[in-house]
Design a protein around this ligand. Structure first.
Ligand code: ACO
Length: 322
């Protein structure tokens, strides 16, 4: 029987920091409003780095920590809604930048749940014995899809990349992964692609921005995250006490607090770094896992859960022994 485990994690965020105070020059807002409603104090914004650049730095960091040769990687999956090109994917360009030849590499889009989707795909592909070591990335430059005149959304997002190398294992460490989707027919959370020009309507392309019904998304998130954790607990015949730590998607500190309350766990068990990064979409989970490991909240042998929700509407959760 082939099992899987985490070999290493990494992260990278662009250097430029935009504080809540800085945002006052773009929209009518305040540090008090943003912090009390979301827990965000500042976010990192990419001025001239691409999704590929952020991914590359995070990948190098994860490969170093996994202590493997990059050529051992035979699969790259990048989760993103902000690929630099429609094609080639960030994954394909990353493969070239890392100098890895003749492997499978592709991008996926499941918004903020994308990293957990990528983890599930890679996990299953390794368990099928087709691949041995996968590099999975969550990367996002949402600052380029953000309408900086819309205070309802522009205060929420940030840019960054997180990476993880997972590989074959003799012990069962990536124990379970759940993913789900519920087609967002009410368009609670969406962003159009840049307008594609048809032969008949040869218009100039315009880039649309993120649109969101915040209250409805908040309700969905507060319901789906605890539900997913409870499903993982039931499916694996464990109790909440067996889970040492929870790393949730960082969309809003109040959503994480509501999830903790619903799950009847202390906030000491929940990782929170949204104050420094804002919502980095697909990058949020891997960046938070990497930080939680670095800070000693998750140690080798610990059982932890991760959970996310996002546009789609999508969700996902995983139960992992580090
Ligand atoms: N500064 C000041 N006032 C603001 C701001 C701001 N930045 N943004 C909104 N307001 C105002 C609103 O205009 C509204 O004013 P009104 O009552 O006069 O109309 C008031 O504040 C209250 O707005 P609400 O929407 O009720 O505020 P709420 O407490 O729900 O918080 C928030 C809004 C933070 C957006 C919350 O609903 C939320 O976090 N939702 C989930 C968002 C999320 O997770 N999205 C996932 C995105 S993932 C992706 O896009 C890839």
């Amino acid at each position: 029987m082939i099992y899987t485990k985490i070999l290493g994690t990494g992260r990278y965020v662009p250097k430029t920091i935009v504080t809540n105070e800085d945002l006052k020059q773009y929209v009518d807002t305040s540090d008090e409003w943003i912090y009390s409603r979301t827990g965000i104090k500042e976010r990192h914004v990419s001025i001239d780095e691409s999704s590929l650049d952020l991914s590359y730095q995070a990948a190098i960091n994860a490969i170093d920590k996994a202590n493997i040769d990059k050529d051992e990687i035979d699969l790259i999956i990048v989760a993103t809604v902000t690929s630099d090109y429609a094609f080639p994917g960030v994954s394909n360009l990353l493969q070239a930048k890392l100098g890895i030849e003749n492997i499978m590499a592709f991008d996926i889009n499941a918004a903020c749940s994308g990293f957990i989707y990528a983890m599930q795909i890679a996990d299953k592909m390794i368990k099928s014995k087709s691949f041995k070591k996968a590099l999975i990335i969550g990367v996002e430059i949402l600052s380029r899809l953000t309408d900086w005149r819309d205070r309802n959304t522009c205060v929420l997002f940030g840019d960054g990349a997180g990476a993880m190398v997972i590989g074959e294992s003799e012990t069962n460490q990536i124990k379970d992964i759940i993913t789900g989707s519920q087609g967002d027919v009410d368009m609670l959370l969406y962003c159009k692609n840049p307008e594609l020009k048809s032969l008949k309507h040869n218009k100039i392309s315009v880039q649309d921005h993120i649109h969101m019904q915040g209250n409805e998304v908040f309700k969905f998130a507060s319901r789906i995250m605890p539900k997913t954790i409870n499903q993982l607990i039931e499916r694996n015949n464990i109790t909440m006490d067996d889970i040492q730590y929870i790393v949730a998607h960082q969309a809003n500190a109040r959503i994480i607090q509501k999830a903790a309350k619903e799950l009847n766990v202390s906030m000491d068990k929940m990782y929170v770094n949204i104050n420094h990064y804002g919502n980095t979409s697909a990058a949020s989970v891997p960046v938070a896992i990497d930080e939680a490991i670095e800070k000693g909240y998750i140690n080798r042998g610990d059982l932890f859960a991760t959970v996310a929700f996002g546009g789609g509407l999508t969700w996902g959760g995983a139960l992992i022994q580090y």
